[in-house]
Design a protein around this ligand. Structure first.
Ligand code: F6R
Length: 241
């Protein structure tokens, strides 16, 4: 793992955008996109570079990381909606190039298999952007997730539902279940950017980077990955040795 500690969230966003821009300019790229608050600065910076520097995503494809189970695709908080609103609709991805998981699929297990197959058919993910949960989850692979898991249904912990309640009118509205890329799926990405911002993530970052490789901290599975870059601000880095 390569750990880069930067002074603040803006510097983290600029560095993440540099890595993504370099890959996108090199030729057709497959990007893995997390939702949540953490990557928003990176997406805003990529949109700015698209508008001001002609950074084009016309040859790129994108795959979202996860989706709430049962939430209609057009719900404003479905990850399909969020990623379009916060990033992909503001740049020039081609029609059909942004893939997401159908949270309302009649057969969610078949949908999970279809999704893994569609990532493979695209040639795999070149750069996967990840945030981290306060409990160390990546995607929605909560503690004790299998390190080899594929895309599948998971139940959110009460902590994660509480952490995500800010996006919904009431905490009770946060879905209990999700479809998420598995830890095995995520680890197939060729380059992983794990981003941590703020003191609330300091413990999870320390456990992921310096703790034992353990299912108790799903992000520690990235210790097995040959090319993971951890981008953190000084607050999120504050528990590192
Ligand atoms: C989002 C995702 C989650 C978030 C994590 C951190 O697609 O899979 O793992 O990255 O919950 O969320 P934020 O960034 O909102 O703190």
């Amino acid at each position: 793992m390569e750990i880069i500690v930067l002074p603040d969230a803006d510097a983290v966003a600029a560095t993440a955008a540099d890595i993504i821009e370099a890959r996108v300019r090199r030729g057709p790229a497959v990007l893995g996109l997390a939702t949540g608050s953490t990557p928003l600065g990176t997406y805003a910076e990529l949109i700015r570079r698209h508008r001001e520097r002609g950074l084009s995503f016309a040859q790129a494809q994108a795959f979202t990381l996860d989706e709430y189970l049962g939430l209609p695709a057009e719900h404003p908080e479905s990850y399909r909606s969020v990623i379009r609103r916060e990033f992909t609709d503001n740049v020039d991805f081609a029609e059909g190039a942004v893939h997401s998981i159908d949270g309302q699929a009649e057969d969610p297990e078949a949908e999970a298999e279809r999704y893994d197959a569609s990532i493979a058919a695209a040639g795999g993910i070149d750069v996967q952007i990840l945030g981290i949960g306060t409990d160390g989850h990546i995607g929605f692979n909560e503690p004790m997730s299998s390190l080899a898991s594929r895309t599948r249904i998971k139940t959110l912990t009460e902590q994660t539902r509480k952490d995500n309640a800010r996006f919904f009118p009431s905490p009770d509205d946060v879905p209990h279940h999700v479809l998420t890329q598995g830890l095995g799926t995520i680890r197939e990405a060729r380059h992983i950017l794990l981003i941590g911002l703020g003191a609330a993530k300091a413990e999870a970052i320390a456990a992921a980077v310096e703790g034992p490789l353990a299912a108790l901290c799903p992000a520690s599975a990235l210790q097995l990955h040959p090319h993971t870059t951890v981008l953190v601000d000084t607050d999120a880095a504050s528990r590192l040795e």
